[in-house]
Each structure stands twice: as structure tokens, then as C-alpha cells.
Design a protein around this ligand. Sequence first.
Ligand code: HEC
Length: 479
Amino acid sequence: MTPIRMLCTLPFVLLAASLPAQAQSGQQLYNTYCAGCHGPAGNNKNGVLGGKDWAIIYQAMNVKPDMTAELRPLYDAQIITDATFMSIAGYLATFSGGATSQLSMPSAFAFGTQTVGVGSSVQAKNVSSIGNAAVQISSVSNSNPAEFSIVSSTCTAGAFVNPLSSCSISVQFTPLVAGARSGTITIASNGLGSPQTIAMSGTGQTGGPPPSPGSLSMAGSLAFGSSAVGVQSSGSVLTVTNNGGGAVTVNGIATNPAAEFPITGLTCASVAPGASCTITVAFRPQAAGARSGTLTITDTGTGSPHTVSLSGTGIGGGGPPANKVLAIEYFHEGIGHYFLTAQADEQNGLDSGVFAGWARTGNSFYVYDAPGGSAQTIYRLYTVKFASKAAHFYTGNVVERDGIRTENGGDWTYEKIAYYIPAAIGGTCPAGAVSVYRMFNNGQTGAPNHRFTTSYATYLDFTTNRNWSGEGVVFCAPQ
Ligand code: HEC
């Protein structure tokens, strides 16, 4: 066989790839290896935008027969590599769609009866994000702004709703005519299921004197006595009575901190004049010593919101007390990778040059070195797949931890419990804790690398200027 004849039998993709794959941009690589079947990336044909996570492309190559036939031989011949997929994933990440997260809408705004032309009390509701990526809101519209006015909102076009986080919308109802009134807020985003809606309703009333308003009353404080740290007491009952002339609808009951004062029972919904209902609150101290919190009740009666102070004493603790230690970030100029550790032995090795080439970046945050109270465990994984490029990963999410070990071809290993951090409560970091953001280098170094930081400025800089992917808030750090 002559060399010329051999060339003629090669598939066209191999000719197109005569440049080293990595020298081409993600877009060029996409056009060479993917566009033939998937067409323009923006069309998301066959869910190609799911490949903004490069591991999904690798997996699709192994399990989708069409892709296996075309790509596996090139991969085995090392004409395309994981770095090719990472580069393509970086390109796919520039498109909206292919989303893995979605917004979670609150229940409807229900305002009850309201005199025509008179503004109601303002109701606030939260829109949160479900999934492991931030969702960006693209537009917010209101079908009836004249009667249901959005008086304040952080859910605005362009805003990101991070995992474990939420935005909030406050609405006031001012009926313009009598009878049933309604409206809809529509939120479009790059999340699954967009656009999504929140219904708003109320009834306008004219003629006759306005009904005399209802008014709830209750004790101003609830004391719990002593309880062992981490152990939940039986609940204390707070009685709420409507002393006014009209029915009152209770539309919000919350404690803060919620983990320390959980609500364990509730009979309050619509409270008729003269009637009573109860709220049961338990005490589960998170630390020894005097503990305090608040219970807030929002309702349609006068004097809303009401605040009840909560107090108790935590005893003992059990187990070793946790120390606050610094997780310190290092950077290796040679391989372009970041590494984070809270272990003194590793920090000493990195500082003294036993592990050569690493220098502190100045970025650090606190973690706990022992479990305690409601602390969450953070796990460390590593892979030797990229040889000298130390690739470590931290997660507090057990599903993610176990997923990473199987989804990337089994080359990640669970290494150890790395440290402990204060667990998020109801999706937000508790008082005294700050958000830890995670970002991904999109494989720009030829290997995966993540940074974890409490600096939103750093996060913004890397994700807008340096082609890193933002992965949102992944856990909390004590201050
Ligand atoms: C030979 C045609 C072909 C080529 C080349 C090809 N794909 Fe696909 N791909 C498909 C088909 C067909 C499906 C849908 C299969 C199914 O769901 O049954 C698919 C599915 C996918 C999915 C969705 C996987 C999932 O789990 O839903 C992703 C992501 C993807 N391809 C990425 C890529 C990327 C990136 C490239 C280029 C490196 C590529 N594909 C090259 C045919 C191809």
C-alpha cells in the first residue's frame, strides 16, 4: 500500500485534526468533532448543551452508540482527549440552555379582601434555586401591575440565584374595582421549566364601612430552660388569639435561627374573631451557654409582623470541642493549579518546599477541625489521572461525592474527611457564617482544577475575565 492510498482511507475528521487538538479553540473543536451530528450548538440538538459538563461528553461517548462509533476510535488513538472535551465544554458553557438547575416558585400571593383604592399590607415571597448551578433570571413581567404592584424585588432581570440561595419579591394589593382580582408574575430564566409563574389574587370591596380589622395577640417571649447541646427538647406551646373584629390570615411563621428553635406544631391558618390557635416551638441548642432567637409571625391583622423572643441554655457538648482552623489556598506557577488545605502537616510541607513550587495566594477561610452541633462534613477526593497535576476536589454533598467517583470513569478516589463547616439552614448560611463559592478552570490547564473562595470579587473576576465557570455557593464557612 502506498502512503497516498492510506491517507485516502482516513476519515475526514482525522485530516481536520492534523493540528494538535489543544491548539484549537473550543468552538473549532466543536465544529470539527460535534457539529456534523449536533448542528449549531445553540440549537441544543440531542441535548448537546448538557456537555457544558465535560464528564457528560465523555460519558455520552461511551454510552451513545452513534458517538461511540465515531469518537471512541479517535479517543483511543489519543487524537481527542479529555482536554478536547473540556475545551468543548467551555465553549458550550457560553450558551444558555442545557440547564441542570431550576428556580423553585413560592406559593401564590393571596391577599384576601381589601377596600377598593386602599393598599394592603405588603407580602414577601422567596424564589430559590434547586440544583448545583446558579440560575440567571432573564426577565420578570407582571400581568396586572396596577393592582398588584411589585414594591421591591431582588428577583430582577440579570440576577443570579445561587444554589442554597434565593431572591425575594414583595407585592402590595390595591384593588381598583370590586370583586375577584388576579394577576400573574412570570419569571423567565436559563433554568429548567422556564418561564415559571407566581399567581396573585385578592378581592376588592366597596360600600359600607370597612370591616373592623382583626388583631392577633400572644406572649412576648418563650423560655425553654436547659437542654443538652444537639438534643431537641419537647416543644413549648404559644397560644395566639384574635382580639379584633375581623378574621386574620396567618401567612408566615418563621424562627431564627431555625435549626436551634424548630417549629414542631402549628394550628394557625385563618383565625376567626375571638378564636385562638397554637404554634409549638422546640429547642435544640447548637452550642453550650445562653442561646436566643426570635419567632416572627406575619398576618393580615393590625400590628403584623409580631415578634416573640426565644431563649434557653445549652449544656455540655459531648465529643471534642471543635477548633476553628484556617483552610489556606496555594498556587503552583508551573502547573497553573490551585490547592486548598486545612491540615497543618500539608501547610508545613507546602510552605517549606517539601512539596515544591507552591506559594500561598493570600486566600483563606475558617473551617472546623472536629464535628459538633449541626456541623456538616466536607469530603476530599483526588485523582492521579493527570499525573503531576494534583487534582483534588472538596464537597459536602454525599450524592456529588459518590457521583464523581463513578461518573468520570472511576478515576477519582474518596480520600478523607477534610474538615467540618456550619451547615446551611433552609438554604442559607447561618448567622456568623459566610458563603464559599466554587469555580472550575474549564480544564484550561489540561486537567480539572477548582477554587474555593469566600471572596465574591475573586469569584467574579475569574468567572467573567478568566474563562472559569462559576459553580455558585457550595458550602458555608465560620467567620
Ligand atoms: C455521529 C454523530 C454524533 C457525533 C459526532 C457526536 N454526537 Fe453527541 N450525540 C449524538 C446522538 C445521536 C445523541 C443522542 C443519543 C440519544 O440520546 O439516544 C448524542 C448525545 C449527546 C449528548 C447528550 C448526552 C446525554 O446524556 O443526554 C451530549 C452532551 C453530546 N452528544 C455531546 C457531543 C459532543 C460534545 C460531541 C463532539 C465531541 C458529540 N456529541 C459528537 C450523536 C453524535
